[in-house]
Design a protein around this ligand. Structure first.
Ligand SMILES: CC(C)C(=O)C(=O)O
Length: 454
């Protein structure tokens, strides 16, 4: 686990130190240029391994560090020796390896190996390698180097995962990956994609609990505020979502018809979703309504589908609450009495105030008042609402999206909230208001009411 670059900042050094001291079973590594002060910073941070790197391609050598090939090789072997003298494991990277003269690259890696290096890393620093080029390069290096080979592929052409897999096919022992593919420019090989390809396509046995992949990706999304796109493989919201009538029909019969099968949502901690949109088919709509104990006849079903498609054609996302409202109207069924009837909502927030929300509602006709705090007013309000149902159900928020529908500070916000109960059932609902907190609470209350009715 490469925890950071301790020389880069005090903060990086402290975080590497706390990861190194966290008592993890993984080996913790720190990054360093081939400079004594960088390596010392890693040692001070308490790492098990130092990853020392230096530019080897002519373009980087001449325009950044301004050193000859011989000087670079000497710096590399000295750095490896220094790390080993301190009793730590050492990985050596020839930065920009894939644009480095191959004979020189082999010479510097061999020199690192002779200096006691434990692993060599082959970075495709600017992501220019083709998968077959990567295969050939690693095959050549494999013949010359006995210690383990690692790769570090960038994604400038979207080939980072493919290149990592080809490197492994050619004999590399490990591949560097990052959660959500985060990294310089277009990022690095993504952990989820690389791991699931190795496990499911190649049948590799990996020491990774894949069922935490989605949870981990979402946690990193929250901390970094770099959004995961909906169609991102493995972890994206749509990775196991089906919309078209043909696909949903197949999936409802047997999920392997329109999913890889060798990778299921359960394997990565995801959920399969049937999305109702303009391609919706009868099977999907009927199945969604059956879950709410609504059984329209064929004529009613056609009418409901028509209305679903009209909404979707306008570019609107259809929530479960929308579908049930349409179905109840078409079937002339009264919508059930809501379990929660929101009466009052007040929030307090500011730069010196802990965001606090108070909610008053009738829950199954009994008045309840609850307050809660949160990291922001929306968080506080949503926590107060989920708390108010108390013993009636255990509800968690599965999905939360705010979109400004209009521009300006008086923008109307549209909020979509998905909630999940203890049995894994998920229901989504929307609301729109110029008050973001109120829209969020209203969407949440609608979704909870739908879920409790279901
Ligand atoms: C330090 C090295 C491995 C690097 O980040 C790169 O070459 O992209």
């Amino acid at each position: 686990m490469e925890a950071g670059f301790p020389i880069a900042s005090q903060g990086d050094k402290e975080s590497v130190k706390s990861i190194a001291n966290a008592g993890l079973t993984s080996e913790v590594c720190g990054l360093a240029r081939v400079l004594t002060k960088d390596i010392d910073a890693c040692i001070e941070a308490g790492v098990d391994m130092v990853h020392a790197f230096v530019s080897t391609s002519d373009i980087q050598r001449e325009h950044t560090i301004r050193k000859s090939r011989e000087e670079v090789q000497q710096m590399a072997t000295q750095a490896v020796g220094y790390v080993k003298d301190h009793g730590l494991r050492c990985m050596f990277s020839a930065m920009d390896a894939t644009r480095t003269d191959l004979d020189y690259l082999i010479a510097i890696y061999r020199a690192a190996e002779e200096a006691g290096c434990d692993i060599i890393n082959v970075p495709d620093t600017v992501g220019v390698m083709s998968p077959s080029g990567m295969y050939n390069m690693i095959s050549d290096l494999r013949q010359q180097i006995s210690i383990p080979i690692d790769t570090h592929c960038h994604n400038d052409f979207g080939l980072a995962v493919a290149n990592s897999l080809m490197a492994i096919e050619a004999g590399a022992n490990q591949a560097q990956v990052t959660i959500n593919g985060l990294g310089e420019r277009a990022g690095n090989a993504d952990l989820a994609e690389t791991v699931m390809s190795l496990k499911s396509i190649y049948g590799a046995s990996l020491n990774i609990n894949t069922e935490y992949i989605v949870e981990t990706a979402r946690m990193v999304e929250r901390y970094t505020t770099v959004p995961i796109t909906a169609h991102r493989p493995v972890v994206g919201e749509n990775a196991f979502a089906h919309e078209s009538g043909i696909h949903t029909h197949g999936v409802l019969e047997n999920s392997n018809t329109f999913e890889p099968g060798i990778m299921t949502p359960e394997m990565v901690g995801h959920t399969r979703r049937i999305v109702l949109g303009k391609h919706a088919g009868k099977h999907a709509v009927r199945r969604s309504l059956e879950a709410a104990k609504l059984n329209p006849n064929d004529e009613q079903l056609n009418h409901i589908i028509e209305k679903v498609k009209t909404i979707a054609d306008k570019g609107k996302r259809l929530t479960d609450a929308d579908l049930y409202a349409i179905a109840c109207a078409v079937m002339h069924k009264p919508m059930g009495k809501p379990a929660i009837d929101l009466k009052e909502l007040s929030v307090m927030t500011g730069n010196v105030t802990t965001p606090t929300a108070v909610v008053k509602a009738l829950v199954n006709d009994e008045e309840k008042i609850l307050s809660n705090i949160g990291i922001g007013p929306v968080d506080a309000a949503l926590k107060a609402v989920t708390g108010i149902i108390g013993e009636h159900a255990t509800i968690s928020i599965h999905d939360f999206r705010i979109e400004a529908v209009t521009g300006g500070s008086d923008a109307v916000a549209e909020v979509i909230v998905g909630v999940q109960d203890e049995n894994g059932r998920i229901v989504s609902a929307r609301s729109a208001s110029a008050d973001i907190v109120y829209a969020s609470v209203e969407a949440l209350v609608t979704a909870i009411n739908m879920l409790l009715q279901k």
